[in-house]
Design a binder for this molecule. Structure first.
Ligand code: HEM
Length: 470
């Protein structure tokens, strides 16, 4: 069967799917209006793989987890990221590890990887907990059952964490314009992808001006911090920027990152490392407030393990419900709900099918992670699926960080940060879902955010007085 399908594209063994009307152009409008709804319907019709055509572009959606791995892990060398997406991302992130390909990407990834091992990342725990401690202490003074915009809270905390992790300080006086700039670039980036080209940033058009101003805001913050750090001339910092400055290519030990590369890599860490984590925590907090039974288990676990102390990477390991709830939130609402679409540089084998060279391949964690074949009642929030005692989920069905060589470099950083923030929040507050409030829809704009703000009533657990430095 496999041999017969190789390199033949007759009607009988054509990948299932069909072209939409108007040479597929009408699909573009549907995709733009509700991309995840569109892919969900496609997967309902073609559960494992589906092909659609828009003008002369063939897009193959891969849904079966074995085949997702077969492409992204086993045949990664035969893929590049969709050129239009990398063009758009490079407007904001330059030639950073997120967008480069081939030898340039390999060199950058080799140089950055040592800064993101679980051991190295554990070194950022104190800085993560002190940023969280500061934010939650301020909140404790302010709220007493009042409703809090969780997006604003999580955005402030994760921005503070990434600023401290990157620059070893948090000297940005007002972080709000920075997070707004990140959101502007994220929103414009998503709509740019549906256009055939982007205007250069110097064009005097309103939409372009917004992007230019957002980029300038971020460029300035990064430049100021790089300069401030260089003037300190210290090489013993434990921040990411020092790591980047000292990084050497193991294959060419005399090579370090150029100033431009240093800027671009800082920019990507800054953007990729903050909005995704904030979004994940925003959804998670809503889910916890909606599920008091799960919240109770986490409260019991956090109180018993921490006994008023600050959490550490080791103590998080003793909180299976907390960890499972984070994984389950990432399953239902993966911030990167759609991975970068890939282009096949040569014919690819996908299960029994051959995907010809030049075709695009699309991977949608949001849809793959809600497939009832792998997750019973897939739309329900059930952290127990991820408890150590639960049966293993099949490989490739939980991919919020992607998979293969281009898997998220910050995944251990993100999981640690989320665990520490979640533990400290549950240690200090009870989360209440406001009566009558509706569960929000998802709004996809690079990241999948709640379309309506999640506002929770936060009740300080007055009987617990955490002490720093546990
Ligand atoms: C919950 C938080 C996060 C999620 C869900 C997430 C998700 C992802 C995903 C899905 C990819 C791969 C995209 C693809 O294959 O097309 C990715 C790549 C990447 N992520 Fe994350 N990420 C998170 C946090 C972070 C953090 C904290 C950092 C850095 C501090 C980071 C830095 C990066 C970088 C640099 C890449 C590109 C890697 C490469 O292409 O070699 N991410 N992320």
């Amino acid at each position: 069967m496999q041999d017969r399908c190789m390199n033949t594209h007759t009607e009988a063994n054509r990948i299932p799917g069909k072209a939409g009307p108007l040479w597929g152009l009408s699909l573009l409008r549907t995709m733009r209006a509700d991309y995840l709804g569109y892919v969900t319907r496609l997967q309902n019709q073609y559960p494992d793989i589906a092909q659609v055509q828009i003008l002369n572009e063939h897009i193959v959606h891969v849904f079966h987890p074995d085949w997702v791995r077969q492409v992204l892990v086993d045949q990664a060398d035969a893929l590049i990221r969709w050129e239009r997406a990398t063009q758009v991302f490079s407007i904001a992130m330059g030639q950073s590890v997120l967008v480069t390909e081939g030898v340039q990407w390999q060199r950058q990834r080799r140089m950055l990887q040592p800064g993101f091992t679980p051991k190295r990342v554990a070194g950022y725990a104190n800085l993560m907990t002190s940023a969280t401690h500061d934010a939650l202490s301020a909140l404790e003074q302010r709220v007493g059952g009042q409703s809090v915009d969780m997006d604003a809270l999580m955005t402030d905390m994760t921005l503070d964490v990434i600023l401290r992790a990157l620059f070893g300080s948090h000297q940005v006086r007002d972080a709000r314009p920075v997070s707004q700039a990140i959101q502007t670039l994220s929103h414009s980036g998503f709509s740019e992808m549906f256009k055939p080209f982007s205007w250069p940033l110097w064009m005097p058009l309103p939409a372009v001006r917004k992007m230019r101003q957002a980029k300038q805001t971020l460029d300035l913050v990064i430049q100021q911090h790089i300069q401030a750090q260089q003037s300190m001339a210290s090489d013993d910092g434990h921040d990411l920027l020092t790591m980047l400055r000292l990084a050497r290519d193991p294959e060419n030990p005399e090579q370090s990152l150029s100033t431009k590369e240093l800027h671009d890599q800082s920019m990507v860490m800054f953007q990729a490392g903050h909005e995704t984590t904030a979004t994940a925590m925003n959804w998670w907090s809503g889910l916890i407030a909606r599920h008091p039974d799960v919240a109770e288990r986490i409260h019991a676990e956090v109180d018993a393990v921490l006994q008023g102390q600050i959490p550490t990477p080791a103590s998080l390991q003793q909180m299976p419900w907390l960890q499972a709830s984070l994984k389950e939130a990432l399953r239902l609402y993966p911030p990167a709900a759609v991975l970068f679409t890939r282009r096949a540089l040569q014919d690819l084998q996908v299960g029994p099918w051959t995907v010809p060279q030049g075709h695009l391949l699309a991977f949608t964690p949001y849809v793959i992670q809600r497939d009832p074949r792998w997750f019973e009642s897939p739309d329900d929030f059930k952290p127990e699926r991820f408890l150590p005692s639960a049966p293993d989920t099949p490989r490739g069905v939980w991919i919020p960080f992607g998979t293969g060589p281009r898997v998220c470099i910050g995944q251990h950083f993100a999981m640690l940060e989320m665990g520490l923030i979640a533990a400290m929040l549950m240690q200090r507050f009870r989360l209440e879902w406001p009566e009558g409030a509706q569960w929000p829809e998802g709004d996809l704009a690079v990241t999948l955010r709640p379309a309506q703000a999640i506002r929770l009533k936060l009740h300080p657990k007055a009987d617990i007085a955490p002490s720093q430095g546990g």
